[in-house]
Design a binder for this molecule. Structure first.
Ligand code: GLU
Length: 415
């Protein structure tokens, strides 16, 4: 049978598996399987040539029982409402497993930002905010960056929101540039958080990280920063990729050389002293640690049996399908599940909201230390659950998260 790659069907199937282990009340299960609210809208954008192009936008507030919905906004040509629903569900489990007082949400726009000028991108970002401004806020829903969105886009969105409302409210969006109320350490936070979880997973596996080989799929904010920080954790990155191709050097890829090459050419391929390989070869390299840091459905029933890594650290959201999950677990691979591994971004977004709330800003050391403590505590809760219930790490992460969300739902008397 062909594998179902619909991300929302996958997110629901993962929840179903955890609900069975938890013996979750069926009414609660039914409630948690669906988003609480979603917004679908059109964004007319005046293009540079004078014509108007209409884009489709979404915002899903999956669950806000534990606090305001929280999650990024993606700009992607293949965006679908089901992708946004899945990502919003995963945000719900992510904030819960991290034990921060927030719910889960996600936004998306169907567009190809590579084809937009800066002016068009700004008008699209402002148009997105005009559509959702009345439905979001520091007590309702707080967006952030995600795939193809960045601090500049957050700045335009913040400005649009504050202009509409007529007051300052920096905490309405996170991942902002520092002068507009951003937090120190927010940009590398997802990558850094993932590296803390790799450190913990290695400890559990009895592995010493010292020039340990690693391959990273994706060279956006997450994959690129993971490469920059990897050596501090004893990792030797031998391969990286982006949507155009992958590069390899058995002696390790110098992060400064690669990032400078990407800055100049926009791609990782043709970087000096590297060999070009395909994206699928990267996933199957004989490395100790594999970091998928791009998009969903990269490890599937088709290629999972060829993965050689001992630890798969899911810095992307949804990179592994349920079929691949089974194959990797049978092979004894230690998977650090996405909504635990990549929680560093939203954890520091939460710190950003806290700093915005009392208008007092922390130094980077304080952010890093608190991030380490939060994500390490989450990792340990998941690992302990996996051992005590004899379930794989993804199911264990769901058990921890779903239990917390269900408790909040129950206390509110919704179910
Ligand atoms: N987009 C990031 C994620 O998927 C961060 C979300 C946030 O900071 O709200 O976790």
């Amino acid at each position: 049978m062909k594998e179902n790659l619909n991300p929302f069907a996958i997110a629901q199937a993962q929840l179903d598996e955890a609900a069975a282990v938890l013996q979750l009340d069926p009414d609660m299960h039914a409630f948690l399987r669906e988003p609480m609210r979603e917004f679908h809208f059109t964004i007319p954008v005046r293009m540079d040539d004078g014509r108007t192009q209409t884009f489709k936008g979404f915002r899903v507030q999956y669950n806000d029982a534990r606090g305001p919905a929280k999650g990024g906004i993606r700009f992607h040509p293949d965006e679908t409402i089901d992708t946004v629903r899945a990502l919003a569900a995963w945000m719900t489990w992510k904030t819960a497993v991290s034990d921060i007082p927030l719910g889960g949400g996600k936004g998306g726009v169907i567009c190809n930002p590579r084809e937009l000028s800066q002016g068009e991108l700004e008008r699209l970002s402002r148009g997105y905010m005009r559509n959702i401004a009345r439905h979001i806020g520091i007590t309702q829903d707080v967006p952030a960056p995600d795939v193809n969105t960045n601090p500049q886009i957050m700045a335009w969105m913040l400005d649009e929101y504050e202009t509409l409302m007529g007051w300052h409210e920096p905490g309405v969006i996170t991942g902002k540039p520092l002068p507009l109320g951003g937090s120190q350490g927010r940009t590398p936070a997802t990558a850094l958080g993932g590296l803390f979880t790799i450190r913990e997973a290695a400890r559990v596996k009895g592995m010493t990280l010292n020039d340990t080989t690693c391959a990273i799929q994706g060279y956006g904010n997450v994959g690129g920063n993971a490469h920059q920080l990897a050596a501090q954790f004893g990792l030797k990155v031998v391969a990286v990729s982006d949507e155009f191709g992958a590069i390899y050097n058995a002696h390790g890829l110098d992060p400064k050389v690669v990032s400078e090459h990407v800055r100049r050419t926009g791609k990782v391929i043709n970087c000096p002293e590297t060999e070009e390989i395909s994206n699928s070869e990267l996933l199957e390299l004989p490395v100790e640690i594999l970091i998928p840091a791009a998009i969903e459905n990269q490890l599937t029933g088709q290629n999972a049996d060829r993965v050689k890594a001992k630890i798969v650290a899911e810095l992307a959201n949804g990179p592994t399908t349920p079929e691949a999950d089974n194959i990797l677990n049978d092979k004894g691979v230690y998977i650090i599940p996405d909504f635990l591994c990549n929680a560093g971004g939203v954890i520091v977004s939460y710190f950003e909201m806290v700093q915005n709330g009392y208008q007092f800003y922390w130094d980077e050391g304080m952010v890093t230390e608190r991030l380490d403590r939060k994500i390490t505590t989450a990792f340990q809760a998941v690992d302990a659950m996996s051992l005590s219930k004899k379930v794989d790490t993804r199911v264990a992460a769901y058990l921890v998260a779903v239990d917390r969300v269900a408790e909040a739902v129950r206390l509110r008397g919704w179910v």
